[in-house]
Write a protein that binds this ligand. Structure first.
Ligand SMILES: Cc1cc2nc3c(=O)[nH]c(=O)nc-3n(C[C@H](O)[C@H](O)[C@H](O)COP(=O)(O)O)c2cc1C
Length: 331
């Protein structure tokens, strides 16, 4: 399966592992790269959240391989020294989401890395083009973790059309709800050069996700997730208003998800209780972070198995599409 993405990065499969905060450590990123995709280590909140894994230690696992590092852009602004530390490891790309990448773009380019910007609206696309992004990731609201309001199905082709007019050399990836070969094949048909996969790799053997969490999550369906700004407000994490958080609904979210303005007025009121609940692994309070495609995930195999199955299924579907015969209804 060759696309502009596989050519540009010299990888076998058009699949990136998302830089998931607290989840995509060096072992997962290395496993995805070894299997022919591209692993992007989760630099998350750039150490500003507390409880994040030591990025330098995680980067030891990816040495000698192709890899990227991702950051939440508004958090990187609070610890900008980290970018030089990361660039010293010669990543193939830096993946920035949730904020203005323009301020970091020259440094990333000087460091010899490609710039990947994950966007949630068309206005973000303009900013990313201005930053000189090599790759734009159109993230749909189905995604696990933080995101915004657009849906993957119409957002990806809209960005594809926009880039074709404004910046045809910029590559496009789709993110949000892609967990198997059906999603990969669909994304390519929508005009993407590849995909960014989060939740599916969240439930992989190499992820930092606690086993207790993935064991519970195997029974959830896509109906069980919720997107809200309320929990970030209550726990005192200063996310910009336009971004909300998708995770598996729990007791705290049932009480608060629909009371966003009220939660904002009580910013940080549950910061201590939330940290305490995290240390006790109390999932009535602490969010288990996963996207709508959780309903497609019922196991925790290694990353290579996930990637191999995804690519094989996509190839089979795309191949069958050329014969226009879907009479057996098989996925
Ligand atoms: C547990 C989890 C943590 C995430 N953390 C980050 C992050 O730190 N930075 C980021 O850019 N995106 C993060 N994301 C979003 C991913 O980049 C990506 O857009 C998303 O996972 C794609 O949708 P999917 O989860 O349906 O595959 C996270 C997603 C999940 C599931």
């Amino acid at each position: 399966m060759r696309t502009r993405l596989t050519e540009a990065f010299g990888i076998k499969h058009p699949v990136l592992c998302a830089p998931m905060a607290l989840i995509t450590g060096g072992r997962l990123a290395a496993a995805v790269s070894d299997a022919g995709g591209l692993g992007v280590v989760g630099g998350g909140y750039a150490g500003t959240l507390g409880g994040e894994p030591d990025l330098q230690q995680e980067l030891v696992h990816v040495q000698g391989r192709k890899f990227g590092v991702g950051f939440i852009t508004w958090a990187l602004e609070r610890a900008p020294h980290l970018l030089d530390q990361v660039l010293a490891h010669s990543p193939d790309c830096v993946f920035l989401s949730f904020g203005d990448a323009r301020q970091f773009a020259p440094q990333i380019r000087r460091g010899g890395a490609k710039l990947i910007c994950q966007v949630q609206s068309l206005s973000h696309v303009d900013q990313a083009i201005e930053a000189g992004a090599d790759v734009i990731v159109a993230q749909g609201t189905e995604a696990g973790g933080h995101g915004a309001r657009r849906s993957t199905m119409p957002f990806v082709p809209e960005v594809a059309d926009y880039l074709a007019r404004k910046s045809p050399a910029t590559l496009l990836l789709a993110a949000g709800g892609i967990a198997d070969g059906r999603g990969l094949a669909a994304a390519l048909m929508l005009g993407a050069d590849g995909v960014v996969v989060g939740t599916r790799f969240w439930a992989s053997a190499e992820a930092l996700t606690p086993t207790l969490v993935t064991d519970r999550a195997q029974h959830f369906t896509g109906d069980d997730t919720v997107r809200t700004t309320a929990i970030d407000a209550l726990r005192g994490v200063p996310w910009p208003d336009e971004f909300s958080f998708r995770f598996i609904n729990n007791k705290l979210a049932s009480e608060w998800a629909h009371r966003e303005a009220e939660a904002k007025a009580e910013f940080g009121s549950l910061a201590v209780a939330y940290a305490d609940a995290r240390s006790r692994q109390d999932f009535d309070v602490v969010a288990v972070v996963a996207g709508e495609c959780i309903g497609l995930i019922h196991d925790r195999p290694n990353a290579a198995t996930i990637l191999d199955a995804m690519v094989k299924q996509a190839q089979a579907l795309l191949d069958r599409g050329s014969r226009l015969d879907f009479t057996d209804g098989a996925a």
